[in-house]
Design a binder for this molecule. Structure first.
Ligand SMILES: [Zn+2]
Length: 231
């Protein structure tokens, strides 16, 4: 009996890290304080340049949100992704209830594009995973992974301000076959679909603007953008 419970405990430990991903303090997945920190309702964010659709953020790019985003990206942390997905789902419900985005007409969540290579290295695109975790909680909401980054685009984190806009201009492409590279996916026909673009962090807004422009070429109706953090 003892052997069995020890194994069960070890298995549980693998799935549920005993450290908070937000503050590294004691806690399972996220501690009470960090969960409370993430409860903020989405609010509109502005950038000096027009982005092409309204943007809402789940909060400021605080230390807790930064740690959460890193945990989702670098460690393929399923429990953290699932919690963040639930938070995203609640925010989408909130925006729908308030009439900011369509409800009851069908809504597609489109993850902002990631570099395929870095996504693979990280064990899957964390923003796409976040969208899937949110969509399973929301009736009528689906995920369409239909945006890809041009190979020529440099890593945005190496650039600042104007460089980011120049780098992203035309660098996001609509890809009907999806961003997986796998053949099992049916092509996305986005014509007339209500779309909510989802990204982890907004900085200058260059990526968001390029993604919105690419989505428009597909005939999608971009009703807004939701980001985890406003930097
Ligand atoms: Zn914490």
């Amino acid at each position: 009996m003892q052997g069995l419970s020890a194994r069960t405990w070890a298995f549980g430990e693998l799935l549920v890290p005993r450290q908070c991903a937000g503050c590294f303090g004691p806690g399972e997945v996220l501690c009470v304080q960090c969960r409370r920190h993430l409860r903020q309702v989405p609010y509109p964010v502005d950038r000096p340049r027009p982005l092409g659709a309204p943007v809402w953020a789940l909060g400021a790019y605080s230390e807790v949100r930064r740690n959460l985003i890193v945990a989702m990206k670098e460690h393929d942390n399923r429990a953290v992704r699932a919690h963040a997905g639930a938070v995203l789902a609640a925010a989408i419900s909130f925006l729908q209830a308030r009439g900011d985005i369509p409800a009851g007409l069908g809504l597609d969540l489109v993850p902002a594009p990631t570099r395929v290579r870095s996504a693979r290295k990280r064990g899957g695109d964390p923003v796409a995973a976040l969208c899937h975790h949110a969509a399973v909680r929301l009736p009528g909401v689906e995920v369409a992974e239909c945006l890809v980054l041009a190979g020529s685009a440099a890593d945005q984190s190496t650039l600042t301000g104007e460089g980011r806009w120049a780098n992203m201009h035309g660098a996001v492409r609509f890809s009907p076959s999806g961003s997986h590279g796998g053949g099992a996916h049916h092509p996305h026909d986005m014509r007339g679909h209500n779309v909510l673009l989802v990204d982890d962090v907004i900085t200058t807004g260059a990526t968001v603007a390029a993604a919105i422009a690419a989505l428009r070429t597909s005939g999608a109706l971009v009703c807004g953008v939701l980001v985890l953090a406003d930097a």
